[in-house]
Design a protein around this ligand. Structure first.
Ligand SMILES: Cc1cc2nc3c(=O)[nH]c(=O)nc-3n(C[C@H](O)[C@H](O)[C@H](O)COP(=O)(O)OP(=O)(O)OC[C@H]3O[C@@H](n4cnc5c(N)ncnc54)[C@H](O)[C@@H]3O)c2cc1C
Length: 385
């Protein structure tokens, strides 16, 4: 069915692992708003969360395309990689911009799953999408930075040992690049919680373990600064492209799950004495969602290929995320419609996946911001902000 089935061995192995965590597992967690601890442990033990870490630091050193295959298969099986996908890519900031000492200190333990680095703190209540206006500050005091401020929607902090945190170390410049003066700190959450950091869970429409963070004089050793002080935005930027491509792969997995469910149900459900799928009013939206998915999958693959070749990928990463998240949403909407009333019952998993896949038109970057990026950077249209 797929345009090209890359990394077939990885896909088959991940699908086998996911078969042990079926719809009943995800439904129960969703109802109780619990973290998929057993599933994440199994993925970690099988080495799938460290595929992007180079072999010299204990990972398998595979390309981004392999990580895409892992996440797509999780979602295609009906699961949700949102619980742990950041363990794959958050370490990229450390890998690309950390010192050799930092890399040797942290990456082997991250690769082995002894250290969880899957919290990435950027968004703030007062700045929204405009990252340059973050207000969380870090002020140097002796051998430490002292952090004050607030973050919102920071996911998995309760299930992570470390967090990559974006702070302001100098005020937002009025002229020149507004993103200058930000820095990246690696925060040890095990030491920080209760010592200047308070975490408050946020209830959301799906089971996503996201939280609000309050910093009040948190001390972070200056040795945990990643990259140069003031250069933090650049340090997280290339990681954001990887994140967008990986999440686009999850959306492709979602879309394929929805369309498989739609096709199966439409073939077996009989109304007016024949399968509902024999009606073109039912089958055409399913076919259209499939076509949309396959087109989006090509863009995801192209973005991953460019990334793996070390070529500029900003436009393709953004376009892949937009197309894949919209394809997943079209497939989700069609799946609900195809199932009629049963699409709204929890037993079929359709309503759960419907809620889960909606997120990706807003996070990690919203559709409007992608359109703005393509309009102004790719097409040279005048800037609106
Ligand atoms: C479940 C969940 C998990 C998340 N996890 C993380 C995480 O782990 N780490 C993290 O740092 N962040 C995380 N986020 C935050 C996420 O990245 C932001 O919610 C997202 O970037 C949008 O920012 P915002 O919510 O402040 O919306 P706003 O910036 O307030 O925007 C609201 C709406 O207005 C639109 N808009 C704003 N400005 C413009 C403009 N100039 N032109 C056109 N439209 C515009 C946006 O597109 C959006 O639709 C998460 C969010 C959610 C919901």
């Amino acid at each position: 069915m797929a345009a090209e089935r890359t990394f077939p061995d990885i896909r088959d192995a991940v699908a086998r692992l996911c078969a042990d965590y079926g719809g009943d597992y995800w439904r129960r967690l969703d109802a109780d708003r619990q973290y998929p601890t057993e599933f994440v442990a199994a993925l970690t033990a099988a080495g799938y969360l460290s595929v992007l870490i180079p072999e010299e630091y204990g990972g398998s050193g595979l390309p981004l395309g392999a990580a895409c295959a892992v996440l797509e298969e999780i979602h295609r099986s009906g699961g949700n990689g949102g619980a742990c996908h950041a363990q794959m890519y958050t370490m990229g900031t450390l890998l690309r911009h950390g010192s050799e000492r930092q890399k040797r200190q942290f990456l082997p333990d991250i690769a082995a799953g002894r250290l969880r680095l899957q919290a990435f703190g950027v968004t703030e209540p007062g700045s929204g999408t405009d990252t340059s206006r973050i207000r969380t500050t870090a002020v140097r005091d002796g051998d430490d930075y002292v952090v004050n401020g607030q973050k919102v929607f920071i996911s998995r902090t309760e299930h992570s040992d470390l967090m990559v945190l974006l702070v302001r170390t100098s005020p937002r410049p009025e002229r020149g690049s507004h993103t200058d003066g930000m820095s990246v700190l690696l925060v040890d959450l095990r030491e920080a919680i209760g010592n200047g950091l308070t975490i408050r869970p946020i209830a959301t429409m799906m089971n996503h373990a996201t939280t609000e963070l309050f910093f009040d004089g948190l001390r972070v050793p200056a040795t945990n600064l990643i990259g140069r002080e003031g250069d933090g935005f650049r340090c997280i930027l290339d990681g954001m492209n990887a994140e967008r491509i990986l999440i686009a792969a999850e959306c492709i997995g979602d879309a394929r799950w929805f369309t498989a469910r739609s096709s199966a149900y439409a073939s077996e459900r009989e109304v007016f004495g024949r399968p509902i799928g024999a009606n073109q009013g039912v089958q055409f939206p399913i076919a259209r969602a499939h076509i949309q998915t396959e087109a989006a999958a090509l863009m995801v693959q192209r973005a991953a290929d460019l990334y793996d070749a070390g070529l500029p990928v900003g436009a393709e990463a953004n376009m892949a995320k937009l197309l894949a998240s919209e394809a997943a949403w079209a497939a989700a909407d069609t799946c609900i419609q195809t199932h009629g009333g049963y699409g709204f019952t929890t037993d079929y998993d359709v309503e759960r996946k419907f809620r889960e896949t909606r997120l990706y038109q807003v996070a990690p970057i919203s559709t409007n911001l992608i359109l703005s990026f393509v309009a102004t950077r790719e097409l040279g249209l005048p800037k609106s902000f």
